[in-house]
Design a protein around this ligand. Structure first.
Ligand code: DHB
Length: 388
C-alpha cells in the first residue's frame, strides 16, 4: 500500500489525527496490534477539556458527547473532612465534560469508518524502517500475511509502550516516579455526588468519579506493588469510606465492584518528538500521572498541532513546518506535566512525609480554596488551556 501518512496506533490519538488529515484531504492508514474490542473495553480516563469537546464537535466527529456526556461546571476539593467547590464557570467561564475515553474512541472509529478510513486492527510484528528517507511500515495480519505500507510521513501514536519512540536518535528522556499508585474500580451503585470529588485525607488520596447513573468510577491511592486480588469488596469500600469521611457526614453509595485494577503512575517526557519523517503524538512521547485527567486531552492537543504541521508539510510544501512540531507541542506538554504533578503532590500522602510536610500541604490546599487567584489557576488548567 502507498499512502501519505502511516499512523502506528489506532487509539484516540491515531484516529483523531487520521480524521483531521481526512478533513484536510490527506490520506492515511492506521494500524494497531490490539483489536477494536480490546481497546473498546479497556477503561481509561473520563474527563474532556473544553477544547477536546470542541474538537469532536467542530471537526465533525460526532455530537454524541452533548447527548451522552455530562457537563461539569466545577469539582470539589475535599480535605479535613470538608468539601470546597471550585466553580469553573464563575472563575473562567468554562466547563469540562464527563465522557469516557472509550466513548471518544468509539466516536472516532465510527467517524473514520463512515468516511471510508483505512483502519487495520489486530495486526502483529509492526516495524518502521527508513524513517529519515522513505518510511516503510511492515506488519503481519491475522492470517499471517506480511504487508508493507510506504508513506511520506510516519506518526507514532502507539502509546506508552511505543515502538516508534525508540527510533528517535539521541533523545532526552525526563522521568519522575512517585512512591504510590492508584487503585481504580468500577462499581454498580448510584452516584454519590453530582460532580467529581478529589479528596486528601490522612489515609491518602481518593477520587470519586462517575460513568453512568448506575455505574461509578472511583480511585484511591495505594502502594505501587498492590495486588488488586488481595482486596475484597468490603475492604475496598471501607478504605474509600474512611478517606471521604468528615463531620458533614458525607458517605459513598456502595454496590458490587465489577472491575478493578492498579494504574501505572509516573511522569515522562521524550524530546524531540520528531526525527526525520517520523513524528510522535500522545503517550508515545509523554505520560502524566492521572490526577487532573490530562493524558487523553494532551494527546488530542498534540494531534491538533500535528495535523496543522503535516498539512503545511504535505500540501503547502512548507519544509520548516516539521521542524516546529517539537517546540509547539512541548510548550503545552510541560504545562500539563506541571499541572498533573502539582495536583498529585498536593493531594497524595507521601509515605516519608514529615509533620512539616503534612501541615504545609494543608496550608497549600487552604490557600487554593480560599484564594480566587489559586482557584482560578486550578479552573484554568482543569478545563484546559485553549488549543491554538
Ligand atoms: C477520571 C480520571 C482521572 O484521572 C481524573 O483526574 C478524573 C476523572 C475518570 O476516570 O473518571
Amino acid at each position: 500500500t502507498r499512502t501519505r501518512v502511516a499512523i502506528v496506533g489506532g487509539g484516540p490519538a491515531g484516529l483523531a489525527l487520521s480524521h483531521l488529515l481526512h478533513v484536510a484531504g490527506i490520506d492515511s492508514v492506521v494500524i494497531d496490534n490490539r483489536t477494536y474490542h480490546e481497546i473498546e473495553t479497556t477503561h481509561r480516563a473520563g474527563i474532556l477539556e473544553r477544547d477536546s469537546v470542541r474538537l469532536l464537535l467542530d471537526s465533525g466527529v460526532s455530537d454524541r458527547v452533548l447527548r451522552d456526556g455530562h457537563e461539569h461546571q466545577g469539582i470539589d476539593i475535599r480535605f479535613g473532612g470538608v468539601s470546597h467547590r471550585i466553580d469553573f464557570q464563575n472563575l473562567v467561564g468554562a466547563s469540562c465534560w464527563l465522557y469516557p475515553q472509550t466513548d471518544v474512541f468509539i466516536d472516532l472509529h465510527a467517524a473514520r469508518t463512515r468516511d471510508g478510513g483505512d483502519l487495520r486492527y489486530g495486526i502483529s510484528e509492526a516495524a518502521v524502517t527508513d524513517h529519515r528517507d522513505e518510511p516503510h511500515v511492515t506488519y503481519t495480519d491475522a492470517d499471517r500475511r506480511r504487508h508493507e505500507i510506504t508513506a511520506e510521513l510516519v506518526v507514532g501514536a502507539d502509546g506508552s509502550r511505543s515502538i516508534c519512540r525508540d527510533l528517535v536518535a539521541d533523545p532526552q528522556r525526563y522521568f519522575r516516579e512517585y512512591p504510590f499508585a492508584w487503585f481504580g474500580i468500577l462499581a454498580e451503585a448510584p452516584q454519590s455526588a453530582p460532580e467529581l470529588i478529589y479528596t486528601r485525607s490522612p489515609h491518602g488520596f481518593a477520587l470519586i468519579s462517575q460513568r453512568t447513573p448506575t455505574v461509578q468510577r472511583m480511585y484511591f491511592q495505594c502502594d505501587s506493588d498492590e495486588n488488586p486480588d488481595d482486596w475484597s469488596d468490603d475492604r475496598i469500600w471501607a478504605e474509600l469510606q474512611r478517606r471521604v469521611a468528615g463531620d458533614d457526614g458525607f458517605s459513598l453509595n456502595e454496590g458490587p465492584i465489577i472491575q478493578r485494577s492498579v494504574l501505572p503512575f509516573r511522569s515522562f517526557v521524550q524530546s524531540p518528538m520528531r526525527d526525520g519523517k517520523l513524528l510522535l503524538a500522545g503517550d508515545a512521547a509523554h505520560t502524566v500521572p492521572p490526577t487532573g485527567a490530562k493524558g487523553l486531552n494532551l494527546a488530542l492537543a498534540d494531534v491538533r498541532v500535528l495535523a496543522d504541521v503535516v498539512e503545511r508539510a504535505l500540501v503547502k510544501n512548507d519544509d520548516a513546518a516539521l521542524d516546529s512540531y517539537t517546540s509547539r507541542a512541548l510548550t503545552r506538554v510541560w504545562k500539563a506535566q506541571h499541572f498533573s504533578y502539582w495536583m498529585t503532590t498536593m493531594l497524595h500522602r507521601s509515605p516519608d512525609a514529615s509533620d512539616f510536610d503534612e501541615l504545609r500541604q494543608l496550608g497549600e490546599l487552604t490557600t487554593l480554596v480560599s484564594s480566587e487567584a489559586g482557584s482560578t489557576y486550578l479552573a484554568e488548567g482543569y478545563t484546559g488551556w485553549p488549543h491554538h
